[in-house]
Ligand binder design. Structure first.
Ligand code: 9MG
Length: 260
């Protein structure tokens, strides 16, 4: 899954793709590099990020989505707002990537009737504004797993079948470095929930905390993290660097073909 941020304040490439044309050109590059899905976001979810109103978020994401729909690449829209979900689905979105796991009022109703639309349910402790202030867990893996199990149950009850779902432990969303490392190390624990796992580690500060590299220099650690996530059971990796990630995953995938 290639990342397209149409935001002025995303932690890695904020501002770069704010203009619609530049975002579309970047998306086309990621398609050429082999992206299987594109994730378009109009509101940054980085720690301390600013709220964006519905109209502004729609103005950012819809023109990019509309320009890419004809390419045939499945498009995910990264949003927690029901109005944005509805418009994006009407415009042809294939997935809604909600870092708030459909907990906002109106979101379940926005997506439930659209049986062809996939949904990513992500774990987050707190909100992007405050989540890194003091994240607390007694047992990170079982608490995140319990949260995802409860959200799967809640969305199923709202009429959304499990075959429409993807789950994500939410690396960096209300977690310390130790929490993130425990989640990555035990990512395979989440496979028992029976839902495909998405992992987003690309260029995140947890990687820089280990290597000391700043955000623009985290290619190698991002590729390593994506590969490790795949080995531990992730089916989708959300990345900025599609070409390098694809090459690394191709090696792992080739070893998996041997087992078939
Ligand atoms: C929008 N966004 C930023 N980081 C993310 C992650 O790790 N997972 C998902 N699903 N979305 C993310």
């Amino acid at each position: 899954m290639g990342i397209i941020n149409v935001t002025p304040d995303s932690f890695s490439d904020g501002g770069l793709y704010l203009s619609t044309q530049r975002a579309i050109a970047h998306a086309r590059d990621l398609i050429d590099e082999g992206a299987d899905i594109l994730d378009i976001g109009g509101e940054s979810t980085r720690p301390g990020s600013q709220y964006v109103n519905v109209d502004e978020e729609l103005n950012r994401v819809l023109p990019v989505l509309e320009a890419l729909v004809d390419t045939g690449i499945p498009i995910s829209i990264d949003t927690s707002k029901p109005e944005v979900m509805k418009h994006a689905i009407e415009a042809g979105a294939f997935m809604i990537n909600d870092v708030n796991a459909l907990r906002n009022p109106g979101t379940l109703e926005a997506v439930a009737p659209h049986k062809h639309v996939q949904i990513c349910l992500m774990h987050m402790q707190g909100t992007p504004q405050s989540m890194q202030a003091n994240p607390q867990y007694i047992d990170i893996v079982s608490e995140v797993k319990d949260f995802l199990r409860q959200r799967i149950h809640a969305v199923n009850t709202a009429g959304i079948a499990s075959n429409r779902l993807v789950i994500d432990p939410g690396f960096g969303f209300g977690k310390t470095l130790q929490h993130n490392l425990a989640l990555l190390n035990q990512l395979n624990e989440f496979t028992t929930l029976g839902i495909p796992i998405l992992a987003g580690l690309s260029r995140k500060s947890m990687l820089g905390a280990i290597t000391g590299n700043n955000v623009s220099q985290r290619l190698h650690e991002s590729v390593a993290a994506a590969l490790l996530a795949a080995v531990k059971g992730a089916r989708i990796v959300r990345v900025h660097d599609v070409k390098a990630s694809k090459a690394a995953l191709a090696i792992y995938n080739a070893t998996q073909e041997l087992d078939k």
